[in-house]
Design a protein around this ligand. Structure first.
Ligand code: NBP
Length: 482
């Protein structure tokens, strides 16, 4: 058995695990034990990175023996059955007080279940969302750990040592207990879906409205990246649009099949929001837009459906592009506002004490949605930690006030031209809905009472009421039994 000389271990040495292990090994004070189900991968990582000083293990027993107590291991394997298999194996060789971290993309209810089961053995289980992909894992990701306060004491310094740093602060914070970290990572991904869809709609509108080439639009995005939209996603959009396909000489974006894939975190965000009753319409539309794109058999039969007669002709290109920029900014504010709303609702439902300002700060570096903009969110929550609607914070309310005329023009232009802009238009509808003094929900309540005696409340007196629709149509006070 090896000497217990590693302070941290990594299980699972595919792309994410091997990069995370190298990141850990590169930080002072860390000695990293590594294990992979099939030993070839372990050998491959050892051979490729002798400088890392890894301590390899070929069995779970050897792996446990190589770790100092409390033993701390980060699992980076395929989410699902693989994660359960590794947890089972580790609980057999670890002891009470040790810490098992799942750094994969687990669905948060699984993390809640696993934490509960592992806790019974006296071992700590931490579900940690890790964002930033391959490069983030190697150079510094944004990390969203859940789990117990006890495990954070040991884990905190290790995770801080490998996380991205934004404005001098490590992009990691203890999000909350059990599944809180994976919940927040899930919503992060949902916001990412919305942000990407909004950018894609902006590109499409500019291209079809002005006839500019992808390379020209890349320059517009590069310019936008110097202002309030500055973000990793805007930056890489310019790179993607600039790319020329080597085999055809065409813009790469024109030869990529227009069917967007998804690994499911957007769907989880929307499903969870539906269960919590939180309207994350921007994230939902972005998720559905990917689904719509990925049904070629439907698109093939629908392609001949009529659109508007007139061609889309924008006369003032510069003014239109500025309108699209502002529409993108306003819609983005809505998407983030909705995402934070979901985190707030999740925290209330599951009893997590989540600091929303801290969440926005750890997303400033390392992750896919990293952006300047997140500082403004942190400011908003610093001002009022219980802000019920993020976009009502003065900075965002002013930003929308300055954008809304453009936003409305863009949504009108898209609808008139027959160009799909589901995220732009649903964000605007959400904005108009949430700010409405009165909504037609009153009529919906009337309809519900008519066909199902679901009852309604009145604006002018307490109580629950039902109208005798099939009788003399008088109103009676009623208990809501439905
Ligand atoms: P994969 O998701 O491709 O998983 C491959 C790894 O899982 C290999 O090490 C494999 O071992 C191991 N594994 C499997 Br499959 N079943 C196992 C089992 N029953 N017991 C033990 N090990 C098992 O790796 P990845 O792409 O590096 O991703 C790792 C995690 O990180 C995933 O949860 C993924 O969702 C997440 N991820 C996150 C990001 C991000 O940006 N945060 C990006 C990509 C992935 P083997 O070599 O023996 O087959």
């Amino acid at each position: 058995m090896p000497e217990a000389s590693a302070n941290i271990g990594v299980v699972g040495l595919a792309v994410m695990g091997s990069n995370l292990a190298r990141n850990l090994a590169s930080r002072e004070g860390n000695t990293v034990a590594i294990f992979n189900r099939s030993y070839e991968k372990t050998q491959g990582v050892l051979d490729a990175h002798p400088e890392a000083g890894f301590i390899p293990a070929s069995t779970y027993e050897e792996f446990a023996a190589s770790l100092q107590k409390p033993r701390t291991a980060i699992i980076m394997v395929k989410a699902g059955a693989g994660t359960d298999a590794v947890i089972q194996a580790l609980t057999e060789v670890f002891e009470p007080g040790d810490i098992i971290v799942d750094g994969g993309n687990a669905y948060f209810p699984d993390t809640i279940r696993r934490e509960k089961a592992v806790r019974e053995t006296g071992i700590n289980f931490v579900g940690a969302g890790i964002s930033g992909g391959e490069e983030g894992a190697l150079l510094g990701p944004s990390i969203m750990p859940g789990g117990s306060d006890e495990s954070w004491v040991t884990l905190g310094p290790i995770l801080k040592s490998i996380a991205a740093v934004a404005e001098g602060e490590p992009c990691v914070t203890h999000i909350g207990h059990d599944g809180a970290g994976h919940f927040v990572k899930m919503v992060h991904n949902g916001i990412e879906y919305a942000d990407m869809q909004l950018i894609a709609e902006a590109y499409d509108l500019i291209r079809r409205g002005t006839g500019k080439s992808p390379a020209e639009i890349a320059e517009i995005f590069a310019e936008w990246n110097k202002g309030e939209l500055e973000s990793y996603l805007i930056e890489i959009t310019a790179e993607v649009l600039r790319q020329v396909d080597a085999s055809t000489g065409k813009p790469l974006v024109d030869v990529i099949l227009d069917q967007a894939g998804a690994k499911g975190t957007g769907a989880w965000t929307v499903q969870t929001a539906l269960s919590l009753g939180v309207p994350v319409s921007g994230i939902a539309e972005a998720t559905f837009a990917r689904s719509l794109s990925s049904h070629p058999e439907q698109r093939a039969v629908a392609v001949n459906l009529p659109g508007p007669d007139d061609a889309f002709a924008v006369t003032d290109h510069d003014a239109f592009i500025e309108d699209v920029r502002l529409a993108l900014y306003a819609s983005k504010i809505v998407a983030y506002s909705q995402g934070f709303d979901e985190i707030r609702a999740g925290a209330a439902e599951y009893g997590w004490n989540i600091d929303l300002g801290a969440v926005s700060k750890i997303w400033r570096g390392g992750c896919i949605i990293r952006a300047q903009f997140l500082n403004r969110i942190a400011d908003a929550y610093a001002e009022n930690a219980d802000l019920p609607v993020l976009m009502t914070a003065p900075y965002f309310a002013d930003a929308i006030a300055g954008s809304q005329a453009s936003w409305r023009r863009v949504v009108v232009a898209a609808a008139t031209a027959g160009i799909p802009a589901p995220a732009f238009s649903s964000s605007l509808s959400y904005y108009d809905g949430i700010r409405a003094d009165r909504l037609p929900a009153a009529l919906v309540q009337g309809q519900r009472d008519f066909f199902g005696a679901h009852t309604y409340k009145r604006i002018d007196k307490e109580g629950t009421f039902h109208t005798l629709w099939s009788g003399d149509r008088t109103e009676i006070e009623a208990e809501d039994t439905h």
